[in-house]
Design a protein around this ligand. Structure first.
Ligand SMILES: [Zn+2]
Length: 184
């Protein structure tokens, strides 16, 4: 298996003129730059949004991931921002799709950088986290392509290794922290 590589490292030929004269425009900078034709391509981080939903006992709603990366680990409902969408729209849509809940009191909580490995490519992602409440969990249902199960876990005692991503571990740590006053 070849090593996972960041997006620019997958380009061998200029997408515009086909030459192999590719390199960063400046040392240690991200863009793909063609010195033959001047073509320049930037890869800024993608955005994702997820919901930290606590029940009345302070348990966190987690989903068991059906797919790589981090298959079988705990994630939270959420996903990548579509073009033209706000973070708030993303989190509401993803929560509806993945676990069939309607959110209220959506509040920005935190953001953390993440490296998302998928099919040999490392995507830089800005993961954003929102706290939210629901009126009822009665409609709760997993979307089986993405999620093999839904559980409520104690965020204070669940081993960090069970969470899918470093950014989620950081978000849960902040959720548990004494400085966080937003926990219901
Ligand atoms: Zn070129």
């Amino acid at each position: 298996m070849p090593l996972d590589l960041p997006i620019p490292d997958h380009f061998r030929y200029c997408p515009r003129c086909g030459s192999q004269s590719l390199g960063p425009a400046e040392p240690d900078r991200n863009p793909v730059h063609c010195s033959a034709c001047g073509f320049t391509l930037y890869f800024n981080p993608s955005s994702s949004a997820g919901a930290l939903i606590l029940d009345s006992a302070g348990k966190l709603l987690v989903v068991k991931r059906a797919r790589e990366p981090a298959k079988g680990k705990f994630g939270i409902p959420g996903g990548f921002v579509d073009p033209g969408e706000s973070l708030e729209e993303t989190v509401a849509r993803e929560v509806r799709e993945e676990v069939n809940l309607e959110l209220r009191n959506l509040r920005f909580f935190a953001s953390f950088p993440n490296d998302y490995h998928y099919k040999g490519v490392i995507y830089a992602v800005t993961d954003t986290y929102f706290t939210a409440q629901v009126d009822s969990f009665a409609s709760l249902a997993p979307e089986h392509d993405e999620v093999t199960g839904i559980q409520f876990v104690d965020p204070k005692t669940t081993p960090p290794s069970q969470y899918a991503f470093d950014s989620l571990r950081a978000a849960v740590k902040r959720l548990n922290g004494p400085q966080n006053l937003s926990t219901p």
